[in-house]
Write a protein that binds this ligand. Structure first.
Ligand SMILES: Nc1nc2c(c(=O)[nH]1)N(C=O)[C@@H](CNc1ccc(C(=O)N[C@@H](CCC(=O)O)C(=O)O)cc1)CN2
Ligand SMILES: Nc1nc2c(ncn2[C@@H]2O[C@H](COP(=O)(O)OP(=O)(O)OP(=O)(O)O)[C@@H](O)[C@H]2O)c(=O)[nH]1
Ligand SMILES: [Mg+2]
Length: 514
């Protein structure tokens, strides 16, 4: 276990051990006096000023090993609160290894374990546990979104929110203690009021964090946009238009797409995985069934769900497996071929969707119609609509669209020039909906880390327990002991107490040298 390691001075390369680079940074941390390393440097270490860079040579006896830049950070004013010596050496891996071996062989230092520099920062209160977790996100991020998430957690804002939760817990605790110790002085009624007020404040903080946990947005780390629907609905057609690339096979043969096809799509700087799936239908073909099962699963796990429906070939039975699903967008395709379309009734038989659009999925269309928008309620003309309606109104399409943000507010996506084709406005509109949802969810930053979500859930459950006790139990001693359970859980969220396995999980995720 990491935390059981001794606190001897440690050394590691902090700039990676995979490949050669121009410069490598070696860090030594936790020594009591810089002078113990005098033998290895040409410069007189007594003349080294903290936080100044010094150009010097590393020596092994008479041999000069490298010309380096040396920086000393004097405890406690360093990254982890210990004395730190940083050596900027030439970044050849053999060179780096040779210098590290020189120090380790001297027995003055030992090789650091994964994350050990940062572990010491935590121990010395230079970083809080959630900041360390932010570092973990940052160092292991594979997208600019996750990098920003990590930086935000590292900045300590999240920890400040947890601190106010802790503060309001302490108020609650002291109101219980007052009830036990001073109820005669303060008066029972006054005690009850105090308890009620502090419980209310704590509970509202817990509830708002808990709500954040409930809106599960772990999918934001790797958001996918899925297209599902019956065979021949036009999923692959729309997929190709969104990508501006004929990636998926389109044909008038039902069952063309037999397994999912996915490609990355960038909209307003965010990357989504766009997935075209096998069409839903009754089938005896086992392989096709597997494809359909996958389609349903992909849809249920995706961040933005699009259902494509061809009203000319609709079998409502096929939607049974999607009946519990709520879609972000419904596209009624083949609008060009519709003579008679009873919108309201038709929509009511489909799975629910926030926004519904009727469109012709072809290069020749500029018009589409927003039938319904989640934020403004049904917007469907009663009676029937047909292609004539679309043509007659002429301007139907982006300018007449009153969707959640209007087509104009959406940023141009990566498709660029190709979108100048006439289907462009529809694609831009769909991209706008996707971006809008993403930005909306991201505004409640930062994402909660898995461990925090778990802690918050535990606090919430324990609080429920506590609340019912205060309502039903007279004995303040019982209430007080339940409060201790709650306290342990709040402390765990803040990292005031951290079970060993929690620390171990976090730090073994770090690289050596961090
Ligand atoms: N050369 C170098 N670059 C680096 C790091 C490092 O350790 N060394 N970092 C490692 O992750 C990151 C920067 N993080 C750091 C955080 C705190 C301190 C530090 O010296 N803190 C002191 C003084 C603060 C101040 O002067 O405001 C302190 O907290 O007392 C240094 C780097 C990225 N770049
Ligand atoms: N007239 C018209 N044809 C369309 C429209 N949308 C798609 N099509 C045509 O309908 C046929 C089926 O389209 P696809 O995109 O392959 O349908 P799919 O949903 O991927 O079908 P599967 O892969 O079989 O599940 C193709 O011939 C398309 O050209 C539309 O809005 N109007
Ligand atoms: Mg297809």
């Amino acid at each position: 276990m990491l935390h059981l390691y001794d606190d001897r001075p440690i050394i590691a390369c902090s700039t990676g051990l995979q490949s050669n680079s121009a410069i490598g940074l070696i860090r030594i941390s936790g020594f009591s006096d810089l002078s113990i390393f005098q033998d290895f440097f040409k410069i007189d270490l007594a003349n080294v000023k903290a936080r100044y860079s010094h150009f010097t040579s590393i020596i092994d006896g008479d041999i000069t090993l490298d010309e380096i830049v040396l920086t000393f950070y004097s405890a406690p004013n360093s990254y982890n609160g210990e004395n730190i010596l940083e050596l900027g050496v030439h970044g050849n891996q053999i060179n780096i290894q040779r210098i590290i071996s020189l120090f380790i062989n001297s027995k003055l230092v030992r090789a650091a374990k994964e994350g050990e520099f940062s572990y010491r920062a935590l121990k010395n209160k230079k970083l809080t546990l959630s900041q360390v977790e932010g570092l973990d996100l940052l160092l292991n991020a594979n997208s600019s979104f996750m990098l920003d998430q990590g930086l935000q957690v590292l900045s300590g804002d999240l920890h400040k929110q947890y601190l106010s939760l802790h503060d309001s817990f302490l108020k609650l605790k002291s109101s219980v203690e007052i009830s036990i110790d001073f109820s005669e002085d303060v008066g029972e009624e006054q005690c009850a009021i105090l308890l009620k007020e502090s419980l209310l404040e704590f509970s509202s903080r817990v509830t708002s964090l808990w709500r954040r946990v409930q809106s599960d947005r772990s999918d934001l780390a790797n958001p996918s946009v899925s297209l599902v629907g019956q065979t021949n609905a036009g999923k692959s057609t729309l997929f190709n238009y969104l990508l501006a690339n004929d990636r998926s096979i389109v044909s008038d043969q039902a069952g063309t797409t037999r397994d999912y096809v996915s490609e990355y799509l960038t909209i307003s700087g965010n990357t989504y995985r766009l997935v075209d799936t096998a069409g839903l239908r009754e089938t005896e073909d086992n392989i096709e069934k597997i494809g359909i099962d996958r389609a349903i699963e992909i849809s249920s796990n995706s961040f933005f769900k699009i259902l494509v429906v061809n009203p000319l070939q609709t079998n409502f039975e096929d939607y049974k497996s999607l009946q519990d699903e709520s879609f972000d967008l419904l596209i009624i395709s083949h609008f060009d071929q519709l003579k008679d379309f009873s919108g309201d009734e038709f929509l009511s038989k489909l799975p629910s969707s926030k926004v519904s659009i009727a469109a012709e999925l072809s290069m020749n269309t500029t018009s589409f119609k927003v039938l319904q928008d989640g934020s403004i309620g049904p917007n469907l003309e009663s009676g029937s609509m047909g292609a004539e309606d679309l043509e007659a109104s002429g301007s139907i399409g982006p300018s007449s669209v009153n969707g959640p943000m209007g087509a104009n507010s959406s940023q141009p996506g990566s498709i660029g020039a190709d979108k100048s084709g006439s289907i462009g406005p529809l694609i831009t509109y769909i991209e706008g909906l996707i971006s809008h949802k993403f930005n909306d969810l991201c505004s409640d930053n930062p994402l909660l880390i898995g461990r925090h979500r778990e802690c918050i859930n535990n606090i919430y459950l324990s609080l429920q327990e506590f609340q019912s006790l205060t309502e039903n139990v007279e004995d303040i001693a019982i209430i007080s002991s339940e409060l201790n359970i709650l306290e342990a859980k709040v402390s765990e969220l803040l990292g005031i107490v951290s079970p060993d396995d929690v620390l171990n999980n976090i730090f073994t995720n770090f690289c050596i040298g961090k």
